[in-house]
Design a binder for this molecule. Structure first.
Ligand code: FE2
Length: 316
């Protein structure tokens, strides 16, 4: 390990997915980590195989970075790697890999995240749902942990993909749905933590600010270069309601994009089944039943039924 690189150069480092790092491998780019003072230091020197004694030390690190000037070398390597691993994508693995990216994005550090790679991870999640037959009920147990905006987005992404599969969406649509669901609350990165984490009631002004997150998200997605209409509408309209009382556009059932309707159902489901600080989580079946009975003016019944069908098939 070498001398830390000071924070002045921080913006030139990009978070990468380090799950490819293994003993015996060598790469043609340097890999960096951060110390407890947020200074970057060189963890792996390029073109040297990782020896057994050092491999464990490297793999133990949770976050890995590359320098901007080696982005091209890393992209080429990552492209080859994702082609090789496409057939072996596993949902749990992709989920674990996606967590640090989601956390960075929702801390508002979009510029330090290799966005192309985040998209690659969403791709892996989508392919894992399409190609594997992991029962959703087994996945849900591990997702019912403490509520955080970042992991919530990942949960909504996974649930949405299961519904998309149940609705027999084409692969292209699944990828778009995965993107929209993963980024649906990205606009919350523009809202202060004090408001997002406030216990108890929000003032009318604070509530209006929180409501603005879908529009913020829509413009952040556009700033990422996302142009797909479905993805953008999925983000912008995930708080619309079938009866037209939602926001930001007050759309009615038929006007709301399918992706936004799916995300809305999964958003409610995850919020109710994970533990927020001020209430306990609800059980899966209790939640689905309540959503079907009490939220038919807000949520699309067809989508809620598709969600229920997935569980019925698993628990006949
Ligand atoms: Fe939202």
């Amino acid at each position: 390990m070498t001398r830390p690189i000071t924070n002045k150069t921080q913006k030139k480092f990009f978070l990468i997915d380090g799950s490819f790092i293994q003993e015996g491998l060598g790469f043609d780019f340097n890999i960096y980590c951060k110390d407890s003072h947020n200074n970057f230091f060189l963890l792996y020197k390029k073109n040297t195989p990782i020896m057994e004694a050092y491999a464990k030390k490297i793999i133990e690190k949770k976050e890995f970075y590359i320098h901007e000037k080696e982005r091209e070398a890393y992209s080429q390597f990552h492209q080859k790697l994702s082609q090789l691993s496409k057939r072996h994508s596993n949902l749990e693995e992709s989920y674990q890999r996606a967590i640090p990216f989601a956390k960075k994005l929702f801390q508002g550090s979009v510029s330090t995240v290799a966005l192309a790679e985040t998209v690659g991870i969403i791709h892996s999640l989508t392919m894992a749902v399409i190609e594997k037959d992991d029962p959703l009920s087994s996945v849900i147990t591990s997702l019912m942990c403490k509520y955080q905006t970042s992991t919530h987005s990942l949960h909504v992404c996974i649930y949405s993909l299961y519904i998309g599969k149940e609705l027999q969406l084409a692969k292209e649509q699944m990828l778009e749905l995965g993107m929209a669901a993963f980024f649906h609350d990205i606009g919350k990165s523009k809202i202060s933590q004090a408001i997002l984490e406030k216990k108890g009631y929000l003032t009318p002004r604070e509530y209006e600010e929180v409501k603005h997150h879908s529009l913020y998200g829509w413009s952040i997605a556009k700033s990422f270069g996302i142009t797909n209409k479905g993805v953008l509408q999925g983000i912008r309209n995930h708080h619309e309601r079938s009866d037209g009382t939602g926001y930001p556009d007050g759309l009615h059932k038929r006007e709301i994009h399918l992706y936004a309707k799916i995300i809305a159902v999964c958003d409610v489901f995850d919020a109710l089944t994970t533990q927020k600080s001020y209430k306990d989580s609800k059980g899966t079946f209790e939640t689905l039943l309540m959503m079907k009975k009490e939220m038919h003016n807000h949520l699309d019944t067809h989508i809620v039924n598709a969600f229920i069908t997935i569980f019925r098939k698993e628990h006949p």
